[in-house]
Design a protein around this ligand. Structure first.
Ligand code: ASP
Length: 314
């Protein structure tokens, strides 16, 4: 609670001891968490927060790491293409003021998260898509490049022999990076970046660019982000739902569990994975997934740790 609102709500101005006031003005240490095993990403994000103080800079820097990694086949450069051989990217970003930006179906740009940020900061819009997003990116000085690596191309050509669309739970298809951070002022920000489901239909857009789907932040409450089969995250607006659950008083862990149960009950559990990550303004976090195998990475006080998430299926 901010000092002013503490004073307003308690009405004890003049009665509170300096120690008590001090206690109520404290903000948690900067912290950044990300879906899956993303140690280099959270560390880069944490270092950025230490440098600029801002959670928004942290989540952007954190997304840059897998976006530029050719061995990361579900994000940015080296991402598996759609069934026609195009690497198409979705990303979004949201700050503590409720500003948001996103890109969908973007090709040829290594860092879609930064294009999403530019949409947020330099246009009157929230979302740009396809050719329009590319044109905008180029106008902002982003470089056009081929994102399909030889390695990913070979996997796609192999897949084409049978051309059977069957995503495997937790393997190769669900490594979207979703990030949440608290900056030095304790403000929240979130981001998400992906090349989406491998070998998806050309034109398919998942949850990752959807504000409220893959990412949602509200500085009064906290934030949430998602990974997994985006169609189910979109149909339940998972991240928004989690933030609203936290607003009602649930812990980040309880909120993630409720949102997963919403999918499980509504769609009668089928064999797919969705994983959620949430953090409140105190820096408390939680995670939950439908199937086991989901994990997340956290960097705090300069230390990085990968933690296994609890899951609905044992
Ligand atoms: N959520 C992403 C999508 O549906 C995929 C993933 O997380 O792996 O595009």
């Amino acid at each position: 609670m901010k000092r002013r609102s503490f004073l307003q709500t308690t009405g004890i101005l003049g009665l509170a001891s300096p120690a008590l006031l001090e206690q109520n003005t404290s903000v948690p240490e900067p912290i950044i968490i990300a879906t899956w095993k993303n140690e280099k990403g959270t560390l880069a994000g944490y270092q950025k927060i230490m440098e600029t103080g801002k959670a928004l800079d942290g989540v952007e820097a954190g997304a840059w790491v897998p976006e530029a990694d050719p061995n990361e086949t579900t994000v940015g450069y080296g991402g598996y293409p759609d069934r026609d051989g195009h690497v198409t990217l979705d990303a979004c970003i949201m700050d503590h003021l409720g500003n948001a930006g996103s890109v969908t179906f973007l090709e040829h740009i290594m860092h879609p998260i930064s294009v999403a940020r530019a949409v947020m900061e330099k246009t009157p819009h929230v979302m740009l898509s396809g050719e329009g997003a590319l044109e905008f990116a180029l106008s902002q000085g982003f470089k056009k490049q081929n994102l399909l690596t030889e390695k990913s191309k070979q996997v796609w050509l192999e897949w084409k022999k049978k051309a059977k669309y069957e995503p495997k739970v937790n393997i190769e298809r669900h490594d979207t990076i979703g990030l949440l951070a608290l900056g030095k002022a304790g403000e929240i920000a979130g981001a998400c970046s992906t090349s989406g489901m491998a070998f998806k239909m050309h034109g398919r857009v998942g949850d990752s660019p959807i504000i409220g789907g893959a990412v949602f932040c509200d500085d009064e409450v906290g934030g949430a982000c998602a990974t997994g089969l985006g169609e189910f995250v979109m149909k339940t607006l998972g991240s928004f739902l989690i933030v609203e659950f936290m607003r009602q008083g649930k812990s980040p862990q309880q909120a993630c569990e409720e949102a997963i149960m919403r999918i499980v009950k509504r769609y009668k559990y089928q064999e797919f994975q969705v994983g959620y990550l949430a953090m409140n303004k105190k820096g408390e976090y939680g995670a939950y997934s439908i199937q086991k195998g989901f994990n997340f990475t956290i960097t705090k006080n300069g230390k990085t740790e990968v933690i296994e998430s609890a899951s609905y299926m044992s």
